[in-house]
Ligand binder design. Structure first.
Ligand SMILES: [Mg+2]
Length: 236
């Protein structure tokens, strides 16, 4: 008989299209606050934002520092004066929260695999923003529960994050358990830290170097096939 798997699935850039949400959120901001060329500002913001979240992952900066520091840097870069970074920062998060950009095929994928597996969403992010995005996209219905780092108090890839999730689910064995995500540094490293099998959702075909997943797929079709194969595997 096929196994029922417990799948811990990352949100951003695994099912939600963060790149597009971020881009559209900044373009709207540029328009609402007359900041200038939305496209150029969005590209620069993306660079700054990535760097800051990487710093956050390494524990070098707090989440609250990111919220406003990224706009100080952005405004400095474009010589934008007279803007209130707190107001703009809050407006940006609000724009992202309202965004409904999902990766093409994500809904069909979740509908299919949630039928005979247990799905939990695991995400590093801001509680309010992530909850709203999952609700507005109506992807929340496929998950038994949503685990958000800010709410839990630990973040991926820390073992504490996964210990919390497994404890909350009430899962003691890791046989039927898999982490699915696009990030080597948070999802795959998190699996390695906590002894959980990992599947890299590698849409962008990024090179795999030091952090090596157990499996890697390029699209939802491959992911569904892999999950079907894993379901047939005998218990070790
Ligand atoms: Mg991700």
């Amino acid at each position: 008989m096929a196994r029922r798997l417990t799948l811990l699935i990352d949100a951003d850039d695994t099912i939600l299209d963060f790149n597009r949400s971020e881009y559209e959120a900044v373009c709207k901001l540029a328009q609402d606050y007359s900041l200038g060329d939305g496209q150029a500002i969005a590209l620069e913001f993306k660079r700054i934002n990535r760097r800051m979240w990487d710093m956050f992952e390494r524990g070098e900066i707090t989440r609250e520092e990111i919220f406003y520091t990224r706009f100080y840097e952005l405004f400095d870069k474009f010589s934008i004066k007279g803007q209130d970074v707190v107001e703009v920062g809050d407006a940006y998060r609000e724009n992202v929260a309202k965004s409904t950009c999902i990766i093409r095929g994500a809904r069909a994928f979740l509908a299919r695999v949630s039928k005979d597996n247990d799905l939990y969403c695991i995400t590093n992010g801001v509680t309010r923003t992530q909850k709203l995005r999952m609700k507005n996209t109506r992807l929340d219905r496929y998950f038994k529960k949503l685990y958000i780092s800010q709410e839990i108090g630990f973040q991926k890839p820390n073992k504490d994050f996964f210990d919390y999730v497994l404890n909350d689910i009430g899962k003691t064995d890791k046989d039927d358990l898999y982490i699915i995500g696009d990030s080597l540094s948070s999802d795959i490293q998190g699996g390695i830290n906590s002894g959980i099998s990992t599947i890299l959702f590698n849409r962008e075909n990024k090179p795999i170097k030091e952090v090596v997943p157990d499996y890697a797929v390029k699209n939802y079709r491959e992911l569904i096939d892999l999950i079907d194969r894993l379901k047939q595997k005998e218990k070790a």
